[in-house]
Design a protein around this ligand. Structure first.
Ligand SMILES: Cc1cc2nc3c(=O)[nH]c(=O)nc-3n(C[C@H](O)[C@H](O)[C@H](O)COP(=O)(O)OP(=O)(O)OC[C@H]3O[C@@H](n4cnc5c(N)ncnc54)[C@H](O)[C@@H]3O)c2cc1C
Length: 460
């Protein structure tokens, strides 16, 4: 086997690559990070970092990545349902009294800071290079080939962090992501937000959800969910028409003007598929797959970067403790990966399952999901623990499987009770029988959008 020149090669310097590289290098490991394009990315992903994600960023030694990028503080959510609204502030982090704060920013500026800080860390070498092949020798991954350099790079461990459309995931696992819908986004200039400093989630029974959050003091990102596996064409104007018909009229009036203005420049419209990929299983000597390449959730709850940072932190802490000989031993790596899978269950899994369950409710497309949607909104309106619990999960401050389970099914039972009240009011005894029947179908639906995803994630 060729002598490894590095302890680790990391493929991809997006969000997760630099986090992993920095923490590994801080533990004395040598890391080569290869990124195909080191210029500033212009994407509609990864623009809201939850308070729990900020804590992780600091633990990874990258807190300064939020400096100098005109980031906007986010202190919670404003959920708007058919013109009514409820405010969901982030709770204070554990053992603190001041409410937690997240940050909204331009993705590209944040990634450039992550790359810079990481490459300034002793032990990290960052190069622009497109990885074309992962080299396998005698059943073990030993390094990579790139388009730019005829000489391969060798390392003890190769980490694949090449994002959503990972080429290398496909090489090692059969599981394919499922496209749930698309987000189409543009930027609103100086929008008149109902609750400045909050992420706005606009939902209703007859339209697809929209998200709005500040990404600088003067700009806000709007993401409109388009519930189709294939988008209407942008080139012939169909996408713009779809947004004008299906999204714009459902925005609060003060925002309609800024959205209509933003739509005038169709070239600014960007889209991304919203994919779900339960954490993948693989057993390949010398290989680690992390970030979106390993696991994806719905972006509705803005949890992807937090999951990525959490996973990078857990894994680099454990790998950082291994000697060079231990790193080269497959059995040691397997023990570390097993530990990693167990530890991420309390956090990353919760964020993933919440995103999928909430997406089904907020994009309700069946009578039962609509019952759950209105129930969820009314549940939040009860205030107190009804918003503190869910907010502590979405902010990633104290995620826990039991808390998620409790609040999800509390919403389901609350929704069923509300449905009884409204059906009886509408149609008397007949309404009671309809609500009685819907009690079972709603519970079945609630279980169906929660339990299979929970089990899939927990089984990892
Ligand atoms: C529409 C949308 C909105 C989102 N919004 C949020 C949000 O607000 N908050 C949040 O926390 N999360 C959000 N996410 C999720 C978040 O963006 C991802 O979880 C996160 O970016 C994953 O980081 P990553 O490093 O795995 O992948 P990426 O950030 O995509 O990085 C992958 C890197 O690998 C590089 N690369 C790929 N192939 C190669 C190769 N062959 N050789 C070298 N380099 C290569 C790419 O150029 C890229 O730089 C959103 C996702 C979507 C789809």
């Amino acid at each position: 086997m060729a002598t490894p020149s590095y302890d680790f090669i990391i493929v991809g310097a997006g969000v997760v690559g630099p986090a992993l590289a920095t923490n590994l290098a801080s533990k004395g490991k040598t890391v080569l990070m290869l990124e195909r394009d080191l210029s500033e990315p212009d994407r509609i992903v990864g623009e809201l970092l939850q308070p729990g994600g900020i804590q992780l960023l600091e633990k990874l030694g990258l807190g300064a990545a939020l400096d100098g990028i005109d980031a906007a503080p986010i202190t919670g959510y404003e959920v708007i349902y058919e013109k009514n609204s409820v405010n969901i502030p982030y709770p204070p982090p554990p053992h603190q009294t001041k409410p937690a704060v997240g940050k909204g920013f331009h993705h590209g500026r944040f990634v450039m800071n992550l790359r810079r800080l990481s490459s300034e860390t002793e032990g990290v070498t960052l190069k622009q290079a497109t990885v074309t092949e992962i080299i396998e020798k005698d059943g073990r991954i030993v390094g990579v080939k790139t388009k730019e350099n005829p000489e391969p790079y060798y390392a003890t461990i190769t980490c694949v962090c090449d994002g959503t459309n990972s080429n290398f995931r496909k090489q090692f696992v059969q599981t394919r992501p499922v496209v749930k819908s698309h987000f189409v986004g543009t930027i609103l200039q100086n929008p008149d937000l109902q609750a400045p400093g909050h992420g706005h989630c606009i939902i209703g029974s007859d339209f697809s959800p929209m998200l709005i959050y500040s990404i600088s003091p003067t700009e806000a990102r709007i993401l409109c969910n388009v519930p189709m596996a294939t988008l209407p064409s942008k080139g012939n104007g169909d996408l713009k028409k779809w947004l004008e018909t299906n999204s714009l009229p459902h925005l609060p009036v003060p925002l309609q003007k800024s959205f209509a203005k933003a739509l005038e420049d169709e070239s600014q419209l960007r889209s991304m598929p919203n994919q779900y990929l339960p954490a993948i299983q693989y057993d390949v000597q010398g290989l680690i797959i992390l970030g979106d390449a390993m696991n994806m959730r719905h972006p509705l709850t803005g949890g992807g970067m937090t999951v990525g940072f959490n996973d990078a932190y857990l894994l680099s802490e454990a790998l950082g403790r291994l000697s060079s000989d231990e790193l080269a031993s497959h059995s040691h790596l397997q023990i570390i990966l097993k530990e990693f899978r167990r530890h991420r269950k309390g956090s990353s899994v919760v964020i993933n399952v919440l995103s999928i369950a909430l997406y089904h409710l907020f994009a309700a497309d069946s009578p039962e999901l609509k019952i759950l949607q209105v129930g969820c909104f009314e549940y939040f309106k009860c205030g107190g623990e009804h918003i503190r619990g869910p907010a502590s999960i979405i902010s990633a401050l104290t995620p826990s499987v039991s808390l998620l389970f409790y609040h999800f099914f509390a919403v389901a039972f609350f929704a069923i009770r509300l449905n009884f009240v409204s059906k009886i009011k509408e149609s008397g005894l007949l309404g009671f029988f309809i609500a009685f029947y819907q009690m079972f179908t709603t519970l079945w639906t609630a279980a169906g959008v929660f339990l299979p995803f929970l089990f899939k994630e927990l089984l990892y």
